[in-house]
Design a protein around this ligand. Structure first.
Ligand code: ZN
Length: 336
């Protein structure tokens, strides 16, 4: 079977004609397979949703239990039959519950990887390379300039700054799903055991990660009622990036603004966002991880979904691997 007859881009997302389902559709569809819980991939209002149990749990937390007509949990490594198409979920290493989706039919195997990363992350199931004919990859950081430093190095910068400025609060911007929990866990793994204060928007997901056995240590609400600014001297406060622009941030003493994102590799971007302490911590593959993964899948053809496609497509062509950009719209890197 020709790959394009097994999966093809449609306005609503990647569609599988023989299986009659979409992967990560951006509009409501009768049947959706969802790679992970970020809002640009997991939307509410589908007829039926197939995803890992953790992704379904996360969608329920974000959208309410009635986010789809019906749901079915996919276990990693277990093959299911959907209208004659074999479908298997494999870990993507991006956020808790994140999956690559392998579809196989008529002797052709395509892996849609969603968002993924390769480096160790105690808050996500580790990425598993899957051999396939066509590998569909994101390219959020698909330029050679993007090489993420070790995350321990970045957390070290934060802890040194706290030592240096014990009277100031450190406000760490991190996306609510995945990045926030990973940053907190990295802080714990580096030996910091004091309370970490979190914005209310992170509470449900942090509780969920903890309930799934991911220890985040002593977390407390970042509220000032009954206390004073001084209570947050030297404290780490984690919140969604949007919270730092509003009044909420002003309650902390002489705050140092930090932001954990792969984009912090670009100094200009940090400066524009008023970020004093950029932390280059990403839940996406950097350039080297993208190349390593493409080679490991053994795929003869690469389709690039979103991000900076051109350099990656060009690199594949130089290696003798066919490649094209799918130009899918509606994916905005919620968890960069
Ligand atoms: Zn994502």
């Amino acid at each position: 079977m020709r790959p394009r007859d097994l999966l093809c881009p449609k306005p609503a997302g990647l569609y599988c004609p023989p299986g009659d389902f979409y992967i990560d559709p951006v509009r409501p569809v009768p049947r959706a397979l969802v790679t992970h819980g970020h809002s640009d991939h997991a939307r509410s209002g589908h007829g039926a949703v197939l995803a890992t149990r953790r992704t379904l749990d996360i969608m329920g937390l974000r959208y309410g239990e009635d986010f789809a007509g019906s749901t079915q949990a996919a276990a990693f490594g277990e093959t299911m039959d959907i209208n004659g198409v074999a479908v298997t979920f494999h870990p993507a290493g991006h956020v808790l519950g994140s999956a690559q989706i392998c579809v196989e039919h008529g002797g052709t195997r395509i892996v849609a990887s969603g968002d993924y990363k390769r480096r160790p992350d105690a808050t996500s199931e580790p990425f598993e390379p899957v051999r396939c004919d066509v590998f569909i990859t994101e390219a959020t950081f698909g330029l050679p300039v993007f090489r993420h430093p070790p995350d321990t190095h970045e957390i070290g910068k934060l802890l040194r700054s706290i030592e240096q400025f014990p009277e100031r609060a450190h406000l760490v911007g991190a996306y609510a799903l995945g990045k926030a929990q990973r940053v907190i866990r990295l802080i714990r793994d580096s030996g910091y055991s004091k309370p970490v204060y979190i914005h209310g928007a992170l509470a449900k997901l942090c509780d969920y990660y903890s309930s799934e056995g991911i220890d985040l240590g002593d977390l407390r609400p970042a509220t000032v009622e009954g206390g004073s600014k001084g209570d947050f001297a030297g404290a780490i406060v984690v919140g969604p990036p949007s919270a730092f622009a509003d009044r909420w941030a002003r309650r902390f003493p002489d705050p140092i603004s930090c932001f954990a994102s792969g984009w912090m590799r670009i100094r200009q971007r940090a400066k524009q966002g008023g970020v004093e302490l950029p932390l280059i911590i990403s839940d996406h593959s950097d350039w080297d991880e993208l190349l390593e993964t493409i080679v490991e899948t053994g795929a003869g053809e690469i389709w690039v979904t979103h991000g900076r496609e051109e350099a990656l497509v060009r690199w594949c062509e130089l290696q003798g691997i066919a490649a094209k950009a799918l130009h899918l719209v509606g994916y905005e890197d919620e968890g960069d």
